[in-house]
Design a protein around this ligand. Sequence first.
Ligand code: KG4
Ligand code: ZN
Length: 356
Amino acid sequence: MADTLILGIESSCDETGLALVALPQSGGAPTLLSHALHSQIDMHQAYGGVVPELASRDHIRRVVPLARQVLSESGKSMSDVDVVAYTKGPGLAGALLVGAGVACALGAAMGKPLLGVHHLEGHLLSPFLSADPPEFPFVALLVSGGHTQLMRVDGVGRYELLGETVDDAAGEAFDKSAKLMGLPYPGGPHLSKLAANGRADAFELPRPMLHSGNLDFSFAGLKTAVRTHLVRLGWLEQADKLAAPENQAVLADLAASTQAAIVEVLVKKSLAALKSTGLKRVVVAGGVGANKLLREQLDRACARRGIRVHYPELHLCTDNGAMIALAAAMRLQAGLATLSTEPAFDVKPRWDLATL
Ligand code: KG4
Ligand code: ZN
């Protein structure tokens, strides 16, 4: 029997991602046939953050050529595709509408059913495409640019929210602190690079809600503390001071201290979630999951406790089409997919994963 072929389209923010995933009818694990990505980072960098209107227009330019690319790289044509999956939410409304619009058009023109996918479910399931996939149940630490959540995951579609940020996400804490330090957008990887030369104990920074007794996070105060240190140094919004070679060592110390504060909270809260659920497996997903210090510290802490840690492949940590096609495949396999042949522009810019 032929495999079910799924075309995945991701366009929720500043990356256009397309992918083809095959779901074996024999019941085996879905496999990634090809994927292609265009990042808009260079375009948004001049503005210090994502400009939604520019993001939407760029998705329009990229999505069809990228779809052609994944099809030709895997030797398939659109008529071979069985399901068109797209990111339905959460994300930027205009950006989501591009992916949904293209999916609807392809579906209508080719008579293919559509499947709207939750972006965070894509992140959460993305480690299933790695060489060392997890097994259910597990604790998931979802750390993207817009979300910081701890979930208990018992299976596909069985997600229980354990805790989440009450204000900024961890990715936002990285990005906003990096911006204050004069680093380019998106700040996370740049701050992390600068931090490699700094001392993590050089600046005192808060570990927000570390002892709150629950599994929630708060990162807004951290950015304010970074700002206060920069005011004291006389460097706030002083591009020349922030770029001056003689100030780079102190800036690296501030970056290292910031990264250490974010990572310590993420690691300790993840351990608390593992303890309270009694689970022995944790999956880290979302862009911040690419952070080297987070991986080192979580790996070390979990190794001591006999806990397995799973990550997506590094190139699948940030937004991509593969995770969307994969989530669609796993939903189909679990009998949870609602396929539609009706063109539906029903994107959900705000959408709670626990309601799936
Ligand atoms: O999951 P993602 O690609 O997009 C969203 O769905 O939001 O996550 C993007 C976030 C950004 O905040 C970015 O700064 C952060 O992930 N990020 C990192 C690293 N790589 C990406 N943060 C810290 N260290 C990194 N190496
Ligand atoms: Zn994402």
